[in-house]
Design a protein around this ligand. Structure first.
Ligand SMILES: [Zn+2]
Length: 300
């Protein structure tokens, strides 16, 4: 059984009149249900994560300012959303969705979060629509609980996983691998264990060749017993922020390489969605749905 974290607040964190472009969080499960890839019982509603768990990863002062909605105007601008209690609740539910997903993945091989992949959030900052770093928090949680001992985080969103890199810069049990646009946001990058900066307009074949080589390198470097995958679809040529030239077929091929590697090695895998900013919402939803379609093909 493949479990997928989802909650209505993913799509509607703020009252009417303050809607953000969060439509994909409603459309992804709707499309998957409509086409018969998933059923209602694949979805679960996560509770908000506890403060104790957040503090395994984020600094107390930052978390308290987030919780109490007292971040400075400058810090809020860095996040890109006006702060609200609903937005914080959304982030806490997403985080718990990733934690629960990791536990399901250990039992069943693979689990998803319809949101998450909030990789720009560092230990003491929020940035680029990311308040709390769901996969980093979960990595620390499963290490702390001794559920996993060596973790690989594969971040193929087009933007560097700078928050994740910073959080684990002195943690040898977590190997961070990020393949991202060299000249894209964030403009001041952190140092991951394996960074693969990409040129603008990179095309399918060159991208997939680079991924094949570096994926192998990452697995060999860490020999993980748990894998996180951040499957952002802002690598598409249609993406407004991505700057790469990948087709939807190559994006699915990218997912296949990650999923097959984990299946082949019998490694539990948790997947969070990350970014996607194509002009046509159908391209975003279809590319994200491809990751689920592949998983249901390979793992069920
Ligand atoms: Zn991104």
């Amino acid at each position: 059984m493949i479990k997928i974290a989802w909650h209505p607040i993913y799509a509607h964190p703020l009252p009417e009149g303050h809607r953000f472009p969060m439509l994909k969080y409603e459309l992804i499960p709707e499309q998957l249900m409509h086409e018969g890839t998933i059923e209602q019982n694949n979805l679960f509603y996560p509770e908000p994560a506890s403060e104790e768990i957040i503090l395994l990863t984020h600094k107390k002062a930052y978390w308290e300012q987030l919780r109490d909605l007292t971040l400075s105007a400058k810090e809020q601008r860095r996040i890109g959303f006006p702060l609200s209690a609903q937005l914080v609740e959304r982030e806490l539910r997403i985080t718990q969705g990733t934690i629960d997903g990791a536990k399901f993945a250990i039992e069943n091989g693979i689990a998803f979060n319809v949101a998450g992949g909030t990789h720009h959030a560092g230990s003491n900052w929020g940035e680029g629509f990311c308040l709390l770093n769901d996969q980093a928090i979960t990595a620390n949680y499963i290490l702390n609980r001794k559920i996993a001992h060596r973790i690989l985080i594969i971040d193929l969103d087009v933007h560097q996983g700078n928050g994740t890199a910073e959080i684990f810069q002195n943690e040898p049990r977590v190997f961070t691998f990020s393949m991202h646009g060299d000249k894209n946001f964030p403009f001041r990058k952190e140092v991951s264990d394996l960074d693969v900066p990409l040129d603008d307009n990179l095309e399918d074949e060159a991208y997939l060749n680079l991924l094949e080589v570096n994926l192998k390198k990452a697995f060999e470097s860490v020999k993980p017993d748990f894998v996180f995958y951040l499957s952002g679809v802002d690598v598409l040529s249609t993406d407004k922020l991505g700057k790469l030239s990948l087709s939807k077929i190559a994006c699915k091929e990218r997912d296949r390489m990650v999923l097959q590697a984990c299946k082949h090695k019998n490694l539990p895998l948790q997947i969070s969605m990350g970014g996607g900013y194509s002009a046509d919402i159908k391209d975003i939803v279809d590319a994200h749905c491809n990751t689920y379609r592949l998983a249901f093909d390979l793992f069920t």
